[in-house]
Unconditional design. Structure first.
Length: 736
């Protein structure tokens, strides 16, 4: 709804200002109401004019020193904001409402879960009783810091959801630009032991600074001071804290970084601190430091930075040519039988590169697990395979197949030559299921809180997830076509045969919609108006949500394409053709060809059964390379593994591999909540019928000669089939 429409509605109902019904000035916006209240202080919700003399969005420009952290350990977000404030135009781009208004209506733009969102908020700010802001605040009477923090809190469900995080996540969310986290060596007793790696990191920092990218650093440890604990800040550095890096400069034999603490205090007191002896007149003239003891900024040499910090973040803020498209992982049944159920991408993406050495950032973005209710939609392991189409033979060449990550996103940078490319998102899908140890609770969709009847917060966040799955156009509205498709899935006549004119009909009267479709709010209003809880339960069951609201059939994500040249990306159905089945085969074949597998579990003239470890995802995948001229069948059983989830879901798989072919068989991913886990599997390999239902006689005769390297005892049976059977417990691993 536009600001004009909101103001008209406010006037119509006879109130003076806007109160956001979806993030109201109540405890539910401070923390999740299903959990105990986390603060000793009473939160007093106040409007700016109640604690400011002359409120304004910006006051005397935008400066990183304007940002003051409050009673919330979210320095990771404020450090990202501080880095952004080095380029004021980027901050102003986020604040859509440029002027203070008496109605208290503000719009903010943020990039969350891979998609840009416009967030409408009111101007009620959590304050101390009859005091000022309890959380982040700006300088003097300016509002921009408080508004951005409030919009960010709304996107996650509460202010409390912003506790602790990673600065590179915050950077990505406020810029939408490619962001990476570079971890420093863990074992660093002195600088000499890590000097080579440190020099590589310095070159990346220096290059990023010259390009105007945003940079920040993080210290190891845990920040317990923000919420009232005792501060332990050795040498002036706060543990478990995020700092923005203002600049990097080399000269006169030293490499220095200018760093800022978003608290505005607690500065480094070692070499190159404000009053250290290293600052000769020559050094001051060259580096031009600003020694303000109240701004939280300080200088530090590269050696101390590497030893005292544990990572650096670089956000490549640039005018990228950007395309964002929806994607979905879905659980499907294999055609040839009921045994195997795979999780496959519904779409793949094709694009052409017309200029040599075109820089392209490819990304897959899942829902952030700090969003309220996201634990019911567990983060999946994600990766992709990038293919190039040979212009002569039209065969597919694997360009890249990164290791999977159990993270909210995976982003990779490439310099691509001219040609046509295919981008296929991948997941093993092992985590797409209800957690093993989840409480067997049935959630009521409506609850009473503070004597007010309201939807359960987990139910609301589930509806948000459903909305995102239907909104494939990424425009924040459900069109008639999108609702018609949804209506067919849930078998609901009220959502069939709709047109753009339908949104003006009685069925949609007084709902939040226009001729383009239903908004997120309008979608919820429609469901609440038309369906009772039993019908809603039926709908959610069809969509793959159980009574505890765990999602086990599909998962939505966003793909991002950011390039320094114009590119056109086309979205394609993986089920048109067989790419949904071939993608993992191509992935495993690439690892096999490049010898990126752990070891040969079985290697003979007949077959190679091998495992590819997914180190960052704490899991592995299995495949069989058939070296013969006959069809072979493998039955795999992973159910003896400890603390793991599987694909196929039941931990067993039966796959037939064509002659001289390679097939993906299954995967095992550790439970993120399990500290100790181990992989174990048993399997049998035997000759199989060809699709025509016959055995290849020539191949059988070849097998009769025997395999020198076979470590199985083979005997001929009446059908002249040969079997291999193996059982082996693999080494125990832990995620320490």
């Amino acid at each position: 709804m536009s600001d004009k429409e909101l103001k008209k509605q406010i006037k119509k109902i006879g109130v003076s200002h806007f109160v956001d019904p979806h993030f109201p000035p109540r405890d539910s916006s401070i923390h999740c109401i299903t959990e105990p209240y986390p603060y000793k202080q009473i939160v007093h919700w106040r409007r700016p004019h109640e604690f400011m003399k002359k409120p304004s969005i910006f006051q005397d420009g935008i400066n990183p020193n304007d940002i003051k952290q409050g009673h919330l350990p979210n320095c990771w977000f404020l450090s990202a904001l501080s880095s952004l404030a080095e380029r004021p135009a980027l901050v102003k781009r986020l604040i859509i409402t440029k002027n203070y208004n008496k109605e208290g209506i503000y719009k903010v733009r943020l990039c969350k879960n891979g998609e840009w969102n416009t967030i409408t908020i009111d101007d009620y700010i959590p304050c101390y009783f009859n005091g000022g802001p309890m959380f982040a605040r700006g300088n003097g009477d300016e509002l921009w810091v408080m508004l951005l923090e409030k919009a960010y809190a709304k996107m996650h469900g509460s202010y409390y959801s912003l506790r602790y995080g990673y600065t590179h996540h915050g950077m990505l969310d406020i810029t939408g630009c490619p962001t990476c986290n570079i971890k420093f060596p863990e074992d660093k007793p002195d600088y000499e032991t890590v000097e080579e790696e440190a020099e590589e990191i310095w070159e990346k920092i220096l290059d990023a600074d010259e390009r105007g990218y945003l940079i920040s650093g993080e210290t190891p440890g845990y920040d317990n001071a923000t919420e009232g604990g005792q501060l332990d800040a050795p040498s002036g550095l706060v543990p478990g804290h995020a700092y923005s890096i203002i600049q990097a400069k080399e000269g006169l034999g030293v490499k220095l970084l200018n760093i800022r603490n978003p608290w505005g205090k607690y500065e480094w007191d070692g070499a190159w601190a404000d009053e250290s002896e290293e600052w000769t007149e020559e050094m001051k003239e060259y580096f031009n430091p600003d020694f303000d003891p109240e701004d939280g900024s300080f200088w530090m040499c590269l050696e101390d930075f590497i030893l005292r910090f544990d990572s650096v973040n670089i956000c490549e803020v640039d005018n990228w040519n950007e395309i964002r498209l929806k994607g979905k992982f879905i659980r499907v049944q294999e055609e040839e039988g009921e045994k195997n159920k795979w999780v496959v991408p519904k779409f793949y993406y094709t694009f052409d590169i017309e200029e040599p050495d075109t820089v392209v950032h490819l990304g897959i973005h899942q829902e952030d697990d700090r969003v309220l209710g996201a634990d019911r939609r567990r983060t999946l392991d994600i990766t992709f395979i990038l293919l190039k189409i040979d212009e002569d033979t039209e065969e597919l060449e694997v360009v890249e197949a990164p290791d999977p990550l159990v993270e909210r996103e995976i982003q990779k940078r490439y310099e691509l030559d001219e040609g046509s490319y295919i981008f296929v998102p991948l997941t093993t899908g092992a985590l797409l299921q209800r957690p093993i140890n989840a409480d067997d609770e049935e959630i009521e969709y409506s609850i009473v809180h503070d004597q007010i009847q309201m939807p359960h917060p987990f139910f609301l966040t589930t509806l948000n997830d459903i909305f995102r799955k239907i909104d494939l156009k990424l425009d924040g509205k459900l069109s008639a076509d999108e609702l018609n498709q949804f209506g067919k899935i849930i078998n609901e006549p009220k959502l069939m045969n709709l047109t753009s004119k339908s949104f003006k009909s009685e069925d949609f009267k007084n709902l939040s919609c226009d001729s383009k479709g239903l908004t997120n709010l309008g979608f919820k209003q429609f469901l609440f108006r038309n369906f009772d809880q039993p019908r809603l339960e039926e709908i959610l069951e069809v969509l793959g949500y159980d009574r505890s609201l765990y999602s086990h059939k599909s998962r939505i994500f966003v793909t991002s394409f950011q390039a320094d040249e114009n590119i056109n990306v086309k979205i394609n159905e993986t089920f048109v053709g067989d790419l949904h089945q071939r993608a993992w085969d191509l992935y495993m074949n690439h690892k096999f060809d490049n010898k990126e597998y752990s070891h040969d579990i079985v290697k003979s003239r007949r077959a190679v059964f091998f495992r590819v470890d997914h180190t960052e995802a704490y899991g592995c995948s299995y495949a069989l390379a058939n070296n013969t001229e006959q069809w072979m069948k493998i039955d795999l059983d992973m159910t003896s593994s400890h603390g793991c989830y599987f694909t196929p879901k039941d931990g067993t798989s039966s796959v037939t591999v064509p002659p001289n072919g390679l097939k993906y068989i299954g995967s095992c991913i550790s439970d993120p909540d399990c500290e100790d886990f181990s992989y174990s599997r048993s399997y049998t390999i035997e000759k199989a019928e060809s699709p025509e239902g016959e055995f290849d006689e020539e191949s059988e005769e070849e097998d009769d000669e025997g395999d020198e390297n076979d470590d199985s005892n083979e005997e001929e049976d009446d059908s002249d089939k040969e079997d291999e059977s193996y059982e082996e417990e693999e080494s125990k691993l832990s995620d320490e």
